[in-house]
Design a protein around this ligand. Structure first.
Ligand code: CIZ
Length: 298
């Protein structure tokens, strides 16, 4: 309690806002001013009246907030909370792909570094990937870095898609057998999964959606039981906001070790020391912003 009180007081003194991703630890979600997906949170960061943003998420998310709100100080409580999926592609890889497929436009999932976004034509999120790919004015698309989201998109478009072979190790741990076992135990439960899951898991789903899409779906759906195939952190928000329904995690192994690096103590230290800060250098920021704006303009 003492720790939470200290965070609340310092947050006011520092003129700070605390943002938490849907995959953060329950206690971090509970002290946050807003909980959401990375783009929702970055937009809140941009429009916030506070000058300091404590972004409880992983590195590329804090970078996205810094790209959209360069005048704000963006703090990432644990600077080592990286994203293995984002690290699976480099700016040089993107340059090589562009040389290999000169007629294609590059669509980069938001899970990429600022440098990779800077080399891309458009960004997308898991919520809008299909519509971004459909609206990009080209019949050839280089889709980076997630192969499963790329597979999901390719099933909903006639465009030629060149898919990078990246994946999220946490979503990879959810197996089709996990879904089948739970489905035989709870036959009335709907299977709701994130598009970063393996394609064999996607093929078993009743609904495929982003984190915020999953929350919206279970709120509006008339069902009562759901098998949830994504990072475990989302269950806290689901059970808090939809207490009348039952949620079964598809796998107890789907815990992102990077998301869990941010702790209450580290939030307090970040507010005390105004550090670690994530700041995207200006030439990269403006090019990465262009890819994000191109997505928003679509
Ligand atoms: O954009 C995000 O927050 C990610 C990485 C996933 C999602 O579906 O919200």
């Amino acid at each position: 309690m003492d720790l939470i009180e200290k965070i609340k007081k310092l947050k006011e003194d520092r003129d700070a806002i605390i943002l938490a991703h849907n995959y953060q630890l329950p206690e971090i979600q509970d002290i946050a001013d807003f909980v959401g997906d990375s783009l929702e949170l970055s937009r809140i960061a941009k429009n916030a009246k506070e000058k300091i943003i404590v972004f409880c998420g992983v590195h590329f998310m804090a970078e996205t907030a810094s790209i959209l709100a360069p005048e704000k100080k963006v703090l990432l409580p644990d600077i080592n909370s990286g994203c293995p999926l984002a690290n699976m592609i480099s700016p040089d890889d993107v340059k090589r792909l562009k040389r290999e497929f000169p007629n294609a436009k590059v669509v980069a999932y938001i899970n990429t570094s600022a440098e990779v976004k800077a080399e891309s034509d458009y960004c997308c999120t898991s919520a809008n990937a299909i519509s971004v790919v459909e609206k990009v004015p080209s019949d050839e698309i280089i889709f980076i870095p997630d192969r499963n989201l790329g597979y999901y998109v390719s099933k909903h478009t006639n465009k030629k898609i060149y898919i990078w072979n990246g994946f999220c190790p946490t979503h990879q741990r959810i197996l089709p057998q996990d879904i089948e076992k739970l489905k035989s135990k709870y036959p009335n439960a709907k299977v709701v999964v994130h598009p970063e899951c393996r394609r064999e898991v996607l093929d078993l789903a009743d609904k495929i959606a982003s984190t915020s899409g999953i929350i919206k779906f279970v709120k509006e759906d008339e069902g009562n039981e759901y098998i949830i195939g994504t990072e475990m952190g989302i269950l806290h928000r689901l059970r808090k906001e939809v207490p009348e329904k039952i949620f079964y995690p598809a796998s107890y192994l789907s815990v992102c070790p990077n998301m869990k690096k941010n702790t209450l103590e580290k939030v307090l230290w970040a507010l005390e020391e105004l550090n670690p800060e994530v700041k995207v250098p200006e030439p990269i920021r403006t090019r990465a912003l262009k890819a994000i704006e191109n997505m928003l303009n679509l």
